[in-house]
Design a protein around this ligand. Structure first.
Ligand SMILES: CC(C)(COP(=O)(O)OP(=O)(O)OC[C@H]1O[C@@H](n2cnc3c(N)ncnc32)[C@H](O)[C@@H]1OP(=O)(O)O)[C@@H](O)C(=O)NCCC(=O)NCCS
Length: 198
């Protein structure tokens, strides 16, 4: 039977960022454990969030430099309020392999099962390149799905990147009926390119 989600001890260890262009060597295979993040993990969560945007592409380092402290402040506040649940996957030595966050986002009331004023939203999913394709992201998302189910939510949401889409699809996520109209000219030009946006 699947292990129940729950807190685990934290190491707060932040791996050094990869040199751009450095070859990616697979990390030695071994058990990867999951734990809840705390505010001590904010440097890691911010770095992983930036890694996510970098891999998705289309944002300059300058834009990301500006976004990092904003995300850090926002994540600290939301974690403090209990609305942002961070998850860290790490190997036996405490080296962070992946992370992600579940944001209990505000929602408008709808009739029926979607009457709740909050909705769980999966975000900031990132796996260190050398730890990819070992199931770390899938484990994190499965934890979130269990958490949401255990807390009585009828649905869990996300915006998928091109890399993330197959991972979520395998876990049962399906595309929704959301539409959008890009109002910023640069965004409108880019929006034709599939999978660039989150
Ligand atoms: C998307 C991302 C988070 C996935 O992370 P990951 O830890 O490699 O994901 P998983 O290992 O759970 O699944 C990835 C693939 O590995 C496969 N896999 C899982 N466990 C495996 C194992 N033990 N051995 C071999 N392959 C395995 C899965 O089947 C999956 O294959 P698929 O893509 O063909 O479906 C990662 O690629 C990433 O950080 N990308 C850049 C940022 C990004 O796009 N984030 C998502 C934003 S929505």
């Amino acid at each position: 039977m699947a292990r129940r989600p729950g807190p685990a001890p934290r190491s707060g260890r932040v791996p050094r960022p990869r040199r751009p262009g450095a070859p990616v060597r697979a990390a030695p295979r071994g058990a990867i454990g999951l734990r809840r993040a705390t505010v001590a993990d904010l440097p890691l969560l911010v770095r992983h969030r930036r890694g996510m945007w970098t891999d998705i592409g289309g944002r300059s380092p300058r834009v990301l430099d500006r976004a990092d402290p904003v995300y850090r402040r926002w994540a600290r506040r939301e974690m403090g309020a209990g609305r942002l649940l961070g998850l860290v996957a790490e190997d036996r030595s405490g080296r962070a392999a992946a992370s992600g966050a579940l944001w209990i986002a505000p929602a408008h009331p709808r009739p029926g099962v979607f009457a709740r004023l909050t909705a769980p939203y999966v975000m900031s999913m990132y796996t260190e390149p050398e730890f990819r394709r070992r199931g770390a992201a899938s484990r994190i998302v499965r934890w979130m799905v269990r958490w949401a189910r255990d807390h009585g939510y009828p649905r869990i949401y996300l915006n998928a990147s091109t890399m993330g889409r197959p991972v979520y699809a395998r876990l049962g996520f399906v595309p929704g009926n959301e539409m959008r109209l890009d109002l910023h000219p640069a965004r409108r030009r880019r929006s034709g390119r599939a999978g660039r946006r989150r």
